[in-house]
Every structure is written in C-alpha cells, then in structure tokens.
Design a protein around this ligand. Structure first.
Ligand SMILES: *Cc1c(COP(=O)(O)O)cnc(C)c1O
Length: 387
C-alpha cells in the first residue's frame, strides 16, 4: 500500500485531501514524496508562520526539547511564564490561559464570558452573540458559536446560548442584545473560513462603544488573524479597538500545537483555581516555539507583510478571470470566474499550493516568504485565473 492508500484505509474519513503527500520542506518550499517542489501559499492553514524547518525556530524548540519536554500544570515552568509575559506586554492584556488549539482557546473565552455574565450581570446572562459566516471551531460548543448551519446540521443538539447577527449589522446586534440575556459578542476581524471577509472598521468602532454601554465583553477570535498574519501583531490592532478577550492559536507556535486565551482587565481573574485546565496547555516545547515566533514578529516583519499584501492585491485586483480580492495582510481571498477547485488543481500541477475558503481561493503564505518566490507563485496563480 502506498501512503495515500494506507491513509484512506486507516485515517478517519473526515478530510477531503488533495492527491498530494507532503514529505518535507524548507522555508516556503515544500516537497512531495516524489521530490516535486512547490511554493507553499497555504502554510498548513496559517500555522507555519516562518515556513517549514526554519532554523531559528528549530534551535529554540530543540533546546527546550533537550531540557524539559513537559511538566504538569501542578508546577511552574519557565517558557510558559515567559510566553504569557510577552503576550501581555505586546497587547496590554493582563493574563493568559494556554491550551492546544483554536477551538480550545475559544472554549476558554466562552467559559470566561459566561462566568463574567453570571458574576457581573446576573443569573442567566450567558448568551453570546456571534456572527453569521463565522468559524470558531469543531467542538460541540465552538460549533454552536459558529454561525453556519452547514456545520451544525449533523450534530444536534448543540450547546445552547448562542445567537447570530449578520456581519456588520448594527441592527442585528442591537436586536439580539435586547432580546437575550447577553454577556459577550464574539467575532473574527477577518472572517477566514467564511470567505476571507474583513469586518467594517465603522462596525467594529460602533460595536466597541455599544458593548461598553451594555456591559458586553468583546471577544476577538484571532485564531487565524493573529500573530502577524494581517500586518499587525493581532488583527484587531488594524481597527483601533480593544477586546476584553483574545483567542489565538494557528500561527502562534509556528507549527506546534498551542492555543492562548488572552484575558483583559475586566476578566483577568474571572476563572479561579480549578475552574479550567489543560494537561498539555502551556507545554514547554510549544511555548518555546511560540516565544521564538513572537520575538520575530517585529515592525520590520509586519511592514514586509503589508508590502507583500499590497503586491498581491495590485497583481490580482482587476486581473483577467478575477472577480474580487478581499482580506488583510497575508490573509487573502480571491473570487474567480473559474471554479476555485480547478484553479487549485492547476496551481498544484504547476508547483504552487493554495487553498480554499468557501468558493474562493485563499492565500496564507509564510510571513517571511521571499519576494521572488511570492512573485513566481502569484504569476502562476494569475495564469490559472486567466484561463
Ligand atoms: C481554525 C480556526 C479555529 C479552530 O482552530 P482549531 O485549532 O482547528 O481548533 C477557530 N477559529 C478560527 C477563526 C479559525 O480560523
């Protein structure tokens, strides 16, 4: 049996995989099991922040691996404390809960918001407003938070306590907040799985004011938009708002599984000892990887993200076969005249990996991709769009 056959037989059938087995890589190049080279514009869905097998990150991770790979949360450990400190210093948030994935980072945000509502607003003030076309994860509760029926339908009953507003609709948010006992509003500043759609700045500015007035927590799901992806350290920083809770994961560990829930002043002590936990949360190796990634997301890197983003927008907006280009930083969605899957297949045949978001092509390149590789990949993508 080859790898594809073995996987199809033994791995649960939850993924519709592309017919490609990725074996290794370096930076923004990856290689399949036959040695064919690809420029990777997907980075394992915004996870490999500095591409594959980045030397500095490997050094930080292996040093920690050779020192202490795990200890339980019954003890203190250095990488976890240092990472929490850095996250707080860089965002102004006050405390951090560590987990292992985006869904778990959101679970912690949801638990915190519910407890906050009960403590500060009264019994039953636990409903969370989320947005239509959002994506918050695959657990039963984060599925409930996800405002897309397609993800719900096979798994009812879901966790109660979520209501959905249309993205950018003040009227919906106002109505839902008056009809329900709410504690929070949860949103992605750029809806990733929903089609790479940024929220309007004006809506977010209004939402911040409205939330303050109604004592609703603002929860920014920065699982995909976080860690430099949008040209700022966290996506919300592009919009001049200040959330009470920020969840992140994907790119934080640079390829290692880590989730983080950043807690602001209002909620920093809402969860007390024994109320939440995670065996692997704050794992020293993942935290060491994340510390390395975070230390390298500086102004120079972020300016590079903005510059490369502009290059992609300039190349693709108005290009033949391209209907629209949306997104922020190096998180870009392209609506094409041809079906996205045909373009994805053609790009792959020509040595470029791109992914999908709804009916769009989605680009999530490494934040440090070289200009030459990016240019070459965009040229190949443009050719495919133009056919
Ligand atoms: C990917 C994603 C999640 C889920 O993260 P997992 O690590 O797969 O659990 C949640 N929210 C957003 C915005 C995401 O993009």
């Amino acid at each position: 049996m080859n790898i594809k056959e073995k996987d199809n037989q033994y791995v649960a059938s939850t993924y519709a995989r592309f017919p490609l087995c990725i074996k290794s890589g370096k930076g923004s190049l990856v290689y399949d099991d036959e040695g064919k080279e690809y420029i990777d514009l997907g980075t394992g869905i915004a996870v490999n922040t500095f591409g594959v097998a980045d030397n500095e990150w490997i050094a930080a991770v292996t040093e920690q691996l050779n020192t202490l790979q795990h200890t339980s949360n019954l003890y203190y450990s250095e990488p976890c404390a240092n990472l929490a400190e850095q996250l707080c210093l860089r965002t102004g948030m006050k405390k951090v809960f560590f987990s292992n994935s985006g869904a778990e980072a959101n679970e912690c945000a949801i638990k915190t918001a519910r407890k906050y509502g009960e403590l500060n607003k009264g019994e039953g003030f636990t409903t969370i407003i989320t947005l239509k076309d959002s994506f918050h994860g695959r657990t039963i509760t984060t599925l409930a938070a996800t405002g897309q029926d397609v993800f719900h339908k096979d798994f009812l009953p879901l966790t109660e306590g979520f209501v959905y507003a249309a993205a950018n609709s003040k009227e919906d948010v106002e109505r839902l907040a008056s009809e329900n006992k709410c504690c929070a509003v949860m949103f992605e500043v750029v809806q990733g799985e929903g089609g790479v759609l940024p929220l309007k700045k004006e809506f977010l500015t209004w939402l911040e004011e409205f939330a303050k007035e109604k004592d609703l927590l603002l929860i920014a799901d920065e699982v995909q938009t976080g860690n430099g992806r949008t040209g700022e350290l966290y996506g919300y920083m592009n919009f001049g708002i200040k959330p009470d809770i920020v969840s992140t994961a994907k790119g934080l560990g640079g390829g290692l599984p880590i989730g983080a829930t950043l807690l602001g002043e209002k909620v920093k002590d809402v969860l007390g000892a024994g109320m939440h936990g995670s065996t692997f949360g704050g794992n020293p190796v993942c935290a060491a990887g994340a510390l390395n990634i975070l230390s390298r997301i500086d102004d120079e890197l972020l300016n590079g993200v903005k510059r490369k983003s502009e290059f992609i927008f300039n190349e693709l907006e108005g290009a033949k076969g391209v209907k629209s280009v949306t997104g922020l930083g190096l998180m870009i969605g392209i609506e094409c005249e041809r079906p996205a899957s045909e373009i994805i297949d053609e790009c792959r045949e020509n040595g470029v990996l791109v992914i999908k978001a709804k009916q769009k092509i989605r680009l999530l390149p490494a934040l440090n991709i070289d200009d030459d590789k990016l240019k070459k990949a965009i040229y190949i993508l443009k050719e495919a769009c133009a056919k």
